[in-house]
Structure formats: C-alpha cells, structure tokens
Ligand binder design. Structure first.
Ligand code: NCD
Length: 305
C-alpha cells in the first residue's frame, strides 16, 4: 500500500496522512533491531547532492549499504554535467537508467517535484531549497516517539528560522496529524511563511506564534531548535541582525521539565551552547542515530519488489 502510494517517491510531507506516518514509523522502529541484511541486494541508489550535506547524504548511503544495496552519485554540482549547462531534467532522465531510486538535494524549492516528473524510479527529496525536507521530519518523529512513546498531547516548540528552514516546514505538516500543542518561536523577520501557515490552518492545526521562548519554556516537552539559514538570505545585513537572537544555554536548561528534550536537525552553529551537549536532555546526536533506521525503512519500502 505504502509502496504503491509512494511510487513516485517522497517529495513532500503533504503526501502523508496519519496512517502513512504511523506505518513508516513502525517500519523505522523495526529497523532499529535489524543490523545488516540483504533486503536491497542488487539494488542501486543514486545519491545526487547539489547542495552541501553531512548527515542526510551519509545516512542515506549508509542505510543503503546496510541493506545490502549499492550507491552511485555525486555530492557537488561542480563534478556533474550540470557544470556544463545540463538541465536537472536531463540529468534525472539519465540517472534513472542507472538506478532503482534517486535521493536528491537541491537549492531550488521545486527541484525534487520537477525531478519526479522525469523519472520512472522513486525520487526522495533530501532537501529542496527553503521548501521541505520530509525524511528529516520522519526521523525527527521517530526520535520523539522513541523518547516519549507517543506524539499526542505533547507541547512542542519549533524555534529559529521558520521562514527558510525546510526541516520545520515538513515537521509541522507531519505534526498537524497529531494532537500536539505546537509553538512557532522565531524573530518576526523569520516567522513561518503565510503559505505554510495557510496549509496548517486548513488542517486545523493547533499552533501559536511567539517570539520569546522563555515565556513557555517550562511548559515544553520538546524544543526543536534550528539554524538561521544564512545561505538563503538575499541581504547579509538582515542575517547579521537575527543571527545571535536565540542561544540556548545552561540557564535555559535549568528552567525545563525533567522529561524535556532538546532536538536539532544539525548542523548547529551558535544557537545551542556546546556545554549542554552532555545533558541527557540534549538529544540531537541521538537524533542523528535515528536517521539510519528511518532511512533504511524508507529505502526498503520504496525499492521493494
Ligand atoms: C538541515 C538541512 O539541510 O535542511 N540539515 C539536515 O538535513 N539535517 C538543517 C540545516 O541545514 O540547517
């Protein structure tokens, strides 16, 4: 079922309903206890990263190898024929002949969707400009459900760059299927875009927009911090104005619930002070660990025969 519904791949969190989310999270959980297997033996994943990546690319590639499959690809457009002026469409029309699935990251918001129109193999959106990053959101949910058992009833703050941050766009869409109280915490300049909020309102999501996280910190179960997306700013002066506005430190941690958990998709720049990394409440590195089971589950579902 999932396999058929997602035959074109995973482009947007908007493709999912609650049943799909619960299904793939269950599969991700199952992958936690499976070490290496040959589920995707003989299959080839093409990994096309036109933008920088550490965790997403390496975890997809590691997940593919751990399922017995192989990986081809490039991780800079400098080394592909894009440099010679080839279009994304032509690149995809070529690479689909060499692979069973394509995972791609690109600076253009509609890149993954466009690629899916030219490919017969599933496309996985590993980040499309300021748009979406659906598989990160799935691994974030796996992390939360492993920590808290369920998503319903949680108080969750999404904080930082809600305008350009693609992870929070996908995560808020997925969270709209659960009964969580969500706070969007950002400087006014970096509020969630109207088009994203319109969608969440249609879904009747329960959210509030605030600027001062300290006012609600002691009520939160989860704070999901994000990096200010410097590369998306047209005017760097605007970036300079907002870059140091939120820095989560030891004294903030002291004002949180005992079960509070701090998440971050990483990379972290200055927004979380490194002296709290050892706290059991800071789980952003544990979160990277969940990238493997979640991406194993996604690859296995999309490529199964
Ligand atoms: C994020 C991304 O690339 O969108 N990182 C990730 O995939 N884990 C977050 C970011 O770059 O700030």
């Amino acid at each position: 079922m999932f396999h058929e519904k997602f035959a074109e791949g995973i482009i947007s969190a908007k493709q999912f309903n609650r049943e799909d989310i619960e299904y793939i999270l269950k599969k991700g959980k199952e992958m936690l206890s499976e070490t290496n297997s040959n589920l995707l033996k003989g299959k080839i994943l093409a990994s096309l990263f036109f933008e920088p990546s550490t965790r997403t690319r390496l975890s997809f590639e590691s997940a593919m190898y751990r399922l017995g499959g192989n990986v081809i690809g490039f991780h800079s457009e400098d080394v592909s024929s894009i440099m010679k002026g080839e279009s994304i469409a032509d690149t995809i029309r070529t690479v689909e002949n060499y692979s069973d699935c394509i995972v791609m990251r690109h600076s253009l918001e509609g890149a993954a969707r466009m690629a899916s129109k030219f490919a017969r193999v599933p496309i996985i959106n590993a980040g499309s400009g300021s748009g979406e990053h659906p598989t990160q959101a799935l691994l974030d949910l796996l992390t939360i459900t492993e920590e808290f058992g369920s998503l319903d009833g949680l108080n969750i703050g999404l904080m930082g760059d809600l305008k350009y941050g693609r992870t929070v766009h996908s995560l808020s869409i997925l969270l709209s299927y659960f009964d969580a109280n969500v706070y969007f915490i950002s400087p006014v300049e970096l509020k969630m875009r109207n088009r994203d909020k319109d969608y969440l309102q249609q879904r009747r999501m329960n959210y509030k927009e605030i600027t001062d996280y300290r006012k609600i910190l002691d009520t939160l179960d989860i704070l999901y911090m994000t990096r200010i997306q410097k590369e998306r700013f047209i005017d760097l002066e605007e970036y300079e104005k907002v870059k140091g506005l939120y820095i989560f430190r030891q004294d903030d941690l002291a004002n949180t619930k005992e079960k509070f958990r701090l998440l971050h998709p990483l990379p972290r720049i200055t927004e979380i002070s490194s002296d709290i990394d050892e706290s059991e409440k800071a789980i952003y590195f544990k979160q990277t660990f969940y990238g493997i089971p979640m991406r194993k589950a996604i690859l296995a579902e999309l490529m199964k025969d």
